[in-house]
Write a protein that binds this ligand. Sequence first.
Ligand code: EPZ
Length: 426
Amino acid sequence: MDRIRIRGGNRLNGEIPISGAKNAALPLMAASLLTDQKLTLLNAPWLADVGFMGELLRSFGVETSYSRGPAHGEGGRWELTARHITNTTAEYELVRKMRASFLMLGPLLARHGQAKVSLPGGCAIGARPVDLHLKAMQVLGAEIVLEEGYVIAQAPSGLKGASIEFPFVSVGATENALMAAALANGETTLVNAAREPEIMDLGHCLMAMGAQIRGLGTSTIVIDGVDRLRGTVHAVLPDRIETGTYAMAAAICGGDIELTHTSIELIGALVPLLEGTGTTVTTTGLGVAASRNGERLKSIDVQTEPYPGFPTDLQAQFMALMTTAEGISHIKETIFENRFMHVPELSRMGADIQVQGDTATVRGVEKLTGAPVMATDLRASVSLVLAGLAAEGETVISRVYHLDRGFECLEEKLSAVGAQIERLTE
Ligand code: EPZ
């Protein structure tokens, strides 16, 4: 298995292109099932999870082709045509590798009237049940049976529009319901819907395909079902988690980085926090500039929340940032019940972190020291990269397949701004 070796201590200066968002590309790819015409996605990142999604779609009979972009930051091009769906079963072997496979449920039910999707099973960061997804399909008229670890869903006479009230915000359940409702008979209202930019991106693509949707970006979305959807060409929105991660790389290392092909609005909740640490974040003609020179970072508290709050997918990175800040930072994780697995690994590098329930207390230390550490999940692994970039000495991160799921060309992007980072291929 590949490892990544980092020699820390360099300031970072230069330009990093931001790729298309993983968490937008995955539901957008699932949406190809909703039409028999070609869906073309531009600015698509080349990531392990996106590759898995392509494999899964091919197993349903979707014709797929992917061509990588001309240069980093231009993004690749997917062409997906679900002319005939020849299979409606998402096998456990594929779903267990990537939970987002569960986003097949809504589109398959809506287009084909049936779906057999493996329950995703556990995940490192939490139990991550799918009860809200199943409830939403039932409210739209689907019959759901659980059998041998699979969800078997039927809607032989099609889905019927209805009002779906989510007891709490779920990104995936909102996406499954949005795609299913697009082809349901009648009007559907999603109450307490997720408002993430990735939901808006999916909604805009569905509207370009002919879907009738109102209220995107608010917590109440209304969809008037249509008989069929057409193909379209849609550019995947920039990755706000990658944007925030590299902005924090500038903050933790010191230096000046310009993030291109992205926008400051995508990291709205992070900007005031970074300013509070003494890092400046500004809009430029090409995207966003993040810089910190001189002054030591200052500690600041943060709590994760659904959008537009501070994203849980940036929590591990922010914790790495706070490990060498001046003062004490309280980091509260409200979305997942087990998303502090980066704590013991950061502690191996000399961080002083105490976890009490859903809150981690980080007492800033002068500096971290490089060490061999292990990635445990996608965002925890990149927090170790950030810590390694700032640490004194050498850090070697194992199990970097976690990283490859969500960060395109990470070593190249960081090397280009002066980081000493390389991949050790075993
Ligand atoms: C999406 O996961 C993202 N994944 C996650 O990013 C992200 O952390 C999460 O949203 C929150 O923003 C993709 O978009 C592919 P949820 P999702 O449903 O949809 C509970 C990354 O690193 N819940 O909003 O699975 C759930 O357990 C990944 O890129 C239920 O209880 O998240 C969690 O505690 C990690 N029942 C909370 O709700 C359900 O039916 C929020 O989950 C659904 C969710």
